[in-house]
Design a protein around this ligand. Structure first.
Ligand SMILES: NC(=O)C1=CN([C@@H]2O[C@H](COP(=O)(O)OP(=O)(O)OC[C@H]3O[C@@H](n4cnc5c(N)ncnc54)[C@H](OP(=O)(O)O)[C@@H]3O)[C@@H](O)[C@H]2O)C=CC1
Ligand SMILES: C[C@H]1O[C@H](OP(=O)(O)OP(=O)(O)OC[C@H]2O[C@@H](n3cnc4c(=O)[nH]c(N)nc43)[C@H](O)[C@@H]2O)[C@@H](O)[C@@H](O)C1=O
Length: 323
């Protein structure tokens, strides 16, 4: 067995015709990764919609890998949602995510994929982790109850990548993004994350001339937001420059309270009424700022400010969702 923390000998950027399977290519993250890869000149992307290939079906995933034999895999397919969806559908969040990631990671290894990147989330860390949260805070305390089912699946994904690296010396890495937003986000009124939910609610209220908008919780929780184009940049950076046992945090390093976020979204959208706080809704984890210094030390930093990212996302929303 080789040293599991060794760097990969294979350069991701050296062959732009290498076959890459981006799982979940129509989602927020997958679509940004596809945009980035195409922009960089990659020409051989293998893409399947959920309908064409249900990644929870082990036999179908096996046949797909046996036929397509991709060289690289970026796993951005998952059951994803905000605090309400996570809290309401715990069985879906644990079972669908365990199935997708187990099928894709195992088939990738057995069908000769050279390198795989698995995406987790900042919710893997304990509810009261030290701030900013270093990678080694994993499994040091109890999880936030609103998303523990999803978090347990994501932790299993990290551990599966580590186990395959240790046992088979296989190049599987994991990235843990903070809260993301951008084009192709999910704008569902209840099941989405806070940023798209508020953008939609403020927009509808502005159009209707409503006097107030309801925002969930107390407004005091702190969150770190990263534009999905920055995340896609980090993903290709890690495919090229990182190969190791440990998972890697990917954040912006900047946090805002939900109240500050709501004021910012309200301003970008141009809603002029007032905010009303529905404190019967859960706040979730009080704070989850990640320590992304490990990735920064390798040479990656984010570029898009929250205000610029919001302006860009609202433009996209008006062109694609409100049409
Ligand atoms: N959004 C965020 O704030 C964050 C996301 N992440 C991680 O990034 C990754 C992508 O998330 P995001 O892009 O936001 O999620 P989206 O919900 O936007 O996209 C998920 C994608 O997965 C696909 N998918 C879901 N189930 C299946 C299935 N059974 N078979 C095949 N494809 C399936 C969906 O296809 P279809 O649309 O056809 O159903 C969709 O393309 C996830 O691993 C998530 O944990 C991490 C941190 C924060
Ligand atoms: C990325 C991350 O996303 C999830 O965690 P979360 O950060 O708690 O997610 P959220 O975006 O849904 O909420 C953030 C905060 O915002 C408040 N809030 C106000 N008003 C609305 C609102 O209208 N919708 C939502 N969803 N939240 C609202 C809400 O009450 C909370 O205090 C995980 O389940 C898990 O999926 C995960 O990994």
């Amino acid at each position: 067995m080789g040293d599991p923390s060794n760097g990969s000998a294979l350069s991701f950027f050296s062959d732009k015709s290498a076959k890459i399977f981006v799982a979940g290519h129509r989602g927020l993250v997958g679509s940004a990764i596809v945009r980035k890869l195409r922009h960089l000149g990659f020409t051989n992307l293998v893409l399947r919609t959920h309908l064409e290939l249900d990644l929870t079906r082990q036999n179908d995933v096996e046949s797909f890998f046996a036929t397509e034999k991709p060289r690289f895999v970026i796993l951005a397919a998952a059951k994803v949602g905000g605090i309400h969806a996570n809290n309401t559908y715990p069985a879906d969040f644990i079972s669908i995510n365990l199935q997708i990631q187990t099928n894709v990671i195992d088939s990738s290894y057995r069908h000769g994929v050279s390198k795989l990147l698995f995406l987790g989330s900042s919710c893997i860390y304990p509810k009261f982790a030290p701030q900013p949260i270093p990678e080694d805070a994993l499994l040091t305390g109890p999880l936030e109850p609103t998303n523990e089912w999803y978090a347990v699946a994501k932790i299993a994904g990290i551990k599966m990548c580590q186990a395959y690296r240790i046992q088979y010396n296989w190049d599987a890495i994991s990235g843990m993004p903070t809260n993301l937003y951008g084009p192709n986000d999910n704008f569902h009124p209840e099941n989405s994350h806070v940023l798209p939910a508020l953008m939609r609610r403020f927009h509808k209220a502005k159009v209707k001339g409503a006097k107030e908008v309801v925002v969930w919780g107390t407004g005091s929780p702190l969150r770190e937001f990263l534009h999905v184009d920055d995340l896609a940049d980090a993903v290709v950076f890690m495919m090229e420059s990182y190969s190791g046992l440990g998972h890697m945090n990917v954040g912006s390093g900047k946090e805002v309270s939900i109240k500050e976020l709501a004021e910012l979204v309200k301003d970008v959208v141009g809603f002029e009424g007032k905010l009303v706080w529905d404190t019967s809704k859960p706040d979730g984890t009080p704070r989850k700022l990640m320590d992304s210094s490990k990735l920064a030390a390798l040479g990656w930093t984010p570029k898009i400010s929250l205000r610029d990212g919001l302006v860009d996302t609202y433009k996209w929303y008006l062109q694609h969702v409100e049409q």
